[in-house]
Design a protein around this ligand. Sequence first.
Ligand SMILES: Nc1nc2c(c(=O)[nH]1)N[C@H]1C(S)=C(S)[C@@H](COP(=O)(O)O)O[C@H]1N2
Ligand SMILES: [Mo]
Length: 310
Amino acid sequence: MLIKTKSNILNSEVTDRAVFESRREFIKAATILSAGVMLPISGHAETGKNIGPYSAKLHVTDREDVTSYTNYYEFSSNKKDSTILARALKTKPWSVEVAGEVEKSGVYNLEDILKDNPVQERIYRFRCVEAWSMVVPWLGFPLGEMLQRFKPTSKAKFVEFTTLYNPEIMIGQRSNGLDWPYVEGLRMDEAMHPLTIMATGMYGDELPNQNGAPLRLIVPWKYGFKSIKAIVKIRFMENMPGTAWHKSAPDEYGFYANVNPEVAHPRWSQSHERVLGSSIFTPKRNTEKFNGYGEEVAALYSDMDLKKYF
Ligand SMILES: Nc1nc2c(c(=O)[nH]1)N[C@H]1C(S)=C(S)[C@@H](COP(=O)(O)O)O[C@H]1N2
Ligand SMILES: [Mo]
């Protein structure tokens, strides 16, 4: 279980379990209301199984901090500006194209995707490659369960995700910092891992635009740039996709990008992280390998030299 991980979060910061129990009931109720009465039982069984362990010992970052300091280069490389500029994005209606090595390719309305994939709450640590971190109560569903429904072919070894391209609104796309549109990818087993989710909300509510509405990836054991926002396309591939940050600076941002305090970024150490919302007097937190999720995911990389694959 996650929780017995040596979380170096101060005891005083540990959130009262009761708070999460009540949130859990709230989310369950909200899920039932929004998805109607036809929810598959398994969705709820899954929720019940996951909520406690993922929430009990993590001190959730204030919503205000998470929503006012965002990385969203389509709008701006400035974390405050992107927060405000992202308001211009229209997230309804929204559709997702499914393509590549998959039987049920096509264009799917987000509403239909949501009908098939009831949301649950997952409270995860989130670690940006820039050495800051937060703990966020996401609402979302396991990516793997969604991908299975599209029936990937046996050739599908990787999944590529693409963000909306619309320079009229995403004004950061008018300059060439990154090779637009933003693209990210996972190996198939990473995508299928139960910790990997597609998020549609946070803090018991819809996802704010600046945090990636209406649909974003969350891969809690990887650096934050893997968790791509505003996804419009999912492509199953035989070969490793070329991803935006890796293409722009291959020696600084790897495809795997697993959180690893032992492997420094070429320009800074990854051994510690500043927790969002903490004061300058608060000691930094020790970064954990795989962001603390090693028990669940280390086996995925048993045949890899993790120093090499940063
Ligand atoms: N499309 C897109 N997705 C993105 C980014 C981006 O600039 N564009 N930034 C990434 C980075 S570097 C991080 S740390 C997280 C930040 O998520 P947050 O702003 O919700 O905290 O989003 C990731 N996903
Ligand atoms: Mo990041």
